[in-house]
Ligand binder design. Structure first.
Ligand SMILES: Nc1ncnc2c1ncn2[C@@H]1O[C@H](COP(=O)(O)OP(=O)(O)OP(=O)(O)O)[C@@H](O)[C@H]1O
Ligand SMILES: [Mg+2]
Length: 353
């Protein structure tokens, strides 16, 4: 690759990032970049896109991105299938003629016709009632819309993006989602990565939330580290809420890890690395209590630890009441009294390899 190609690539990447940012998508992780690349590739086609991903992973923002990258001149129209009552959903999607039902005092275009030459986003598609699924399938197959109370078909050139955090295959197996509609919508599926797989994006998103909602406030390094260690089951939405709440309660402008730990979900949260350390220590303690005597080498081999980890575990045993005898050089010999509650005296000896 010559320097010209490199520059072109850099420019393209900067343009992609700018477009993603304009759609509210923050992050540079590989997991996100892979998803956005797929989105860019499918965008200019007319294929339906099925966006999958846990709650709060940004399916709405991704739809915006697909639409912006598609070059389609029409509007992006969104319908939330879970938020609209089943009897209104049909008219929301397909429109109605005047007098179609009580209260329909004028004709109204539905989402399909408003999205003509654009994108129709069917959010929470897993919650669509079965009878609406049948009508949706017919409309998709024919590319024409029949308004409620109407008899004439109307053209609608629409690109569908559907999203759900539910298991559509499972729903189809239970007969709660039409298999034929699923095949139709699932022409190209795109899975949005959960936040816990997006590494430093967590920090970038948290900083962006503060810039947007609490300018002047910032996170301390330890607070950023803590945010990266949490698993975020509610994904970006949950992270946003935590950061915004911390910005409200903090005195001054620096949100420390202590501030984050004062409220759920981080109150009482112990990072996995610390939990791993604890459980190793607990295992070593059990060994010591069972055998009465342990060599450092057997701790290292038995728990499959590195040399440094072994030293940490032995220190932890010391804190728990084991008596440590230090040998010459790198070797260490221990005589231990097992932890509180045990009357046995334990002897530890051996070298850490
Ligand atoms: N990559 C991103 N960077 C920063 N913020 C984002 C990103 N993607 C989405 N968001 C924000 O995260 C929040 C949740 O996104 P969104 O509503 O799209 O999630 P969802 O996947 O549709 O969730 P659900 O399945 O619960 O409907 C929104 O406030 C959105 O603005
Ligand atoms: Mg959503």
């Amino acid at each position: 690759m010559d320097r010209g190609d490199n520059k072109t690539n850099q420019r393209r990447r900067a343009a992609d990032t700018a477009l993603a940012l304009a759609c509210g998508i923050v992050g540079t992780s590989q997991a996100l970049r892979i998803a956005l690349k797929d989105a860019r590739l499918v965008a200019p086609t007319t294929m339906p896109v099925l966006l999958l991903g846990e709650t709060g992973t940004g399916k709405e923002s991704a739809t915006n991105y697909v639409h912006r990258c598609s070059g389609r001149p029409g509007e992006l129209v969104a319908i939330n299938c879970a938020a609209i009552s089943p009897h209104l959903l049909e008219s929301e999607l397909f429109g109605h003629e005047r007098g179609a039902f009580t209260g329909a005092d004028r004709q109204r275009l539905g989402a399909f016709e408003r999205a003509h030459r654009g994108t129709l986003f069917l959010d929470e598609i897993g919650d669509m009632p079965l009878d609406q699924q049948a009508k949706l399938l017919r409309t998709l197959q024919e590319g024409e819309v029949l308004r409620v109370g109407g008899s004439k078909l109307h053209k609608a050139d629409v690109r569908i993006v559907a999203a759900t955090n539910r298991d559509l295959d499972g729903l189809a197996a239970q007969g709660r989602f039409r298999q034929d509609l699923l095949y139709r919508l699932n022409a190209f599926s795109l899975v949005l990565p959960p936040l816990r797989t997006r590494g430093h994006d967590v920090v970038q998103i948290a900083r962006a939330v503060l810039t947007r909602t609490a300018p002047g406030k910032r996170l301390s390094r330890a607070a950023e580290r803590l945010l990266m260690q949490y698993a975020w089951p509610g994904n970006i939405r949950q992270l946003e809420n935590v950061v915004r709440a911390a910005a409200v309660v903090v005195r001054g402008c620096v949100i420390t890890d202590d501030v984050l730990r004062r409220r759920p979900p981080l109150a009482g949260f112990t990072p996995a690395s610390a939990r791993r350390g604890e459980s190793r220590g607990a295992q070593a303690l059990q060994l010591l209590e069972r055998q009465g005597r342990l060599s450092a080498a057997s701790v290292q081999q038995g728990l499959k630890l590195s040399r440094t980890q072994t030293w940490r575990v032995l220190k932890m045993l010391e804190r728990e009441g084991a008596v440590v005898l230090r040998g010459r050089g790198c070797s260490a010999h221990y005589v231990g009294a097992a932890s509180a509650g045990s009357t046995s005296t334990a002897l530890l000896g051996g070298d850490v390899e």
